[in-house]
Design a protein around this ligand. Structure first.
Ligand SMILES: Cc1cc2nc3c(=O)[nH]c(=O)nc-3n(C[C@H](O)[C@H](O)[C@H](O)COP(=O)(O)O)c2cc1C
Length: 161
């Protein structure tokens, strides 16, 4: 067992072993839809229905989530790997190009092709180092049958039951 504190690389390596789903968090600002790829997403509470997202402080989407007071969690399907990379790329210009979206009841964009989605009102936020924990109160959610996109040790994959 190591006795000194782990560094960032060690932390990333270890946390990479925590396999996760992949989402695109969407919101809206004056210019239109915004969004980014996120795997730091978890179910948080049943009464009320809450989800949490770890959002980088300094990104483009966080100000839109704050201003609109709303966001959507779009859970990606296996065939959405390109979309996951596009919504994570530094060039934000074409993220929504050719992506079909519909406005949820909060006004946040819902990806029409998502495996599942949750439309949320911003409930609370907590500073957490270089990220912010954003808590959303779920106003609507839906899922369809299909295979999820998964992320494990820096690689995308599918689900083999
Ligand atoms: C698989 C994957 C998961 C990611 N998860 C998160 C996450 O949970 N939170 C986050 O802030 N960024 C996450 N990122 C990085 C963002 O997608 C990336 O920094 C993006 O450019 C941020 O967009 P924005 O600055 O427009 O908000 C992830 C990237 C990938 C590829």
């Amino acid at each position: 067992m190591a006795s000194s504190l782990p560094d960032i690389d060690a932390f990333r390596h270890v946390m990479g072993h925590f396999g996760s789903g992949v989402t695109v968090i969407t919101s809206r600002d004056e210019a239109g839809p915004v969004g980014f790829t996120a795997s730091s997403v978890a179910s948080l509470s049943l009464r009320p229905l809450l989800v949490m997202v770890g959002v980088s402080d300094g990104g483009e989407t966080l100000p839109a989530m704050r201003e609109s007071g709303a966001f959507a969690v779009n859970i990606l399907a296996r065939h959405h790997q390109d979309l996951a990379l596009r919504f994570a790329a530094a060039d934000r210009a074409d993220r929504f190009a050719d992506v079909s979206v519909a406005a949820g009841s909060t006004g946040s964009p819902i990806l029409s092709d998502a495996l599942a989605w949750l439309d949320c009102r911003l409930h609370a936020e907590f500073p957490a180092g270089d990220h912010v924990v954003v808590v959303g109160r779920v106003e609507a959610c839906e899922a369809v049958a299909g295979e999820p996109l998964l992320y494990y040790r820096g690689r995308f994959g599918g689900w083999l039951p």
